[in-house]
Design a protein around this ligand. Structure first.
Ligand code: ATP
Ligand code: FE
Length: 354
């Protein structure tokens, strides 16, 4: 069967159509970054108005591009139910419910982070449950034990900023231009600078490594690291318009952030990749999973622990409609169908599913 997936949780309006035999028929997106970049962050009401304007034509484009007859060929409608910005989620949920109800198709409300976590299964039928999932994105930093569809245990999460937020804030501290939406946004710019810099020029402390109790604590923290970058610039009166300073600061920040991630991942691997559970697979997804330095570092870690590593292709790491359609198919196959009255859930912990 075919699924149509609608994603409006944040600033991009995205619709994708996917088949249960893993063919991506269309992947359409309307970007809003030009609206929010001058404001220095996402403005929820602007985002909602933009979704309301664009969603109908993005749905039409996705249907035309897929060359499907919605009534005949589309079997389920899937939509992001949460987490995300309430007013933005509402636009997608309303459209999806109307479509599904009128067309008499089942509707599936999808958890956005579960969709990120299931995306690699769309591309690789060999990826079976259970697996460890590292979700690194604009709003979340999570290490999960993904047991099956709808069942994820949180092993580690950030106690303050997400890693994506930290990348975005440091991009701003360094006064760097943003790459446009689907090229990765601010984080991608920072990575480009970091790849040309010398990480050993500056030494940022790796978060949560002060003492033994911090080292053994599986939680993550990225706000202190961002503040350390800010203070260093101020105290040393560093010239952030200087390209070399920018590159070296970007590299040193990226190094510390990724070392932190790897350290906490190690704790979770030690917990789950042994004994009865013996997890042998690691998935990394979410916008920050586009980062080449992180991919390289994770490759090494996976080799060290003899884990199989799975990433979505870069364009399916950041938000898209395809991942929502695929998560819809996965949930449908487990009998997880919703009614036509459900509401969005802006704050929705992934371990409360099921
Ligand atoms: P969430 O999924 O938590 O709701 P979101 O949907 O807004 O958040 P995504 O689209 O999954 O986030 O990811 C966007 C984030 O990914 C941004 O913070 C962006 O800067 C970051 N990002 C994109 N490319 C890269 C990269 N190459 N290196 C680091 N960060 C990146
Ligand atoms: Fe996302």
């Amino acid at each position: 069967g075919h699924a149509l997936g609608i994603e409006t949780s944040c600033d991009d309006t995205a619709v994708g159509i996917v088949t249960s035999s893993r063919v991506i028929l269309s992947d359409c997106i309307h970007l809003q970054s030009h609206l929010h970049e001058p404001k220095g962050g996402i403005v929820p009401t602007l985002a909602m108005v933009s979704h309301r304007k664009s969603l109908p034509t993005v749905i039409r484009d996705a249907v035309e591009k897929a060359r499907v007859d919605v009534l005949r060929d589309v079997d389920i409608i899937a939509v992001t139910r949460g987490p995300g910005l309430g007013p933005c989620l509402g636009v997608g949920v309303d459209a999806a419910k109307s479509l599904a109800c009128v067309l008499r198709k089942p509707i599936i409300g999808v958890h956005h982070m579960e969709a990120h976590a299931l995306t690699p299964r769309l591309l690789n039928p060999l990826l079976s449950f259970p697996y460890l999932t590292l979700l690194i994105s604009g709003g979340h930093t999570l290490i999960l034990l993904t047991r099956r569809v709808n069942t994820h245990t949180i092993l580690s999460t950030t106690i303050d900023d997400s890693i994506g937020e930290a990348f975005d804030k440091v991009t701003r501290l360094l006064n760097l231009p943003w790459l446009p939406g689907r090229s990765g946004g601010p984080g991608a710019t920072l990575e480009r600078y970091a790849s040309l810099g010398d990480a050993s020029k500056y030494n940022f402390p790796i978060p949560m490594t002060k003492d033994k109790s911090q080292l053994q604590n599986s939680n993550m923290s990225f706000s202190g690291l961002k503040t350390a970058v800010k203070y260093l610039i101020e105290e040393e009166k560093l010239d952030v318009e200087d390209e070399e300073v920018r590159r070296d600061l970007a590299a040193a920040f990226q190094y510390a952030a990724v070392e932190h991630l790897i350290g906490k991942l190690r704790l979770c691997i030690k917990e789950c990749c042994k004994g009865e559970l013996d997890v042998r697979k690691l998935v990394c997804s979410g916008g920050v999973a586009r980062n080449g330095f992180i991919r390289e570092r994770l490759n090494k870690l996976a080799m060290e622990y003899d884990l199989e590593l799975f990433f979505p292709p870069p364009e399916l790491c950041t938000d898209n409609g395809v991942m929502i359609a695929w998560a819809g198919i996965e949930r449908y196959q487990c009998g997880l169908i919703d009614d036509y009255f459900f509401e969005q859930i802006p704050k929705w912990p992934i371990d409360s599913l099921g």
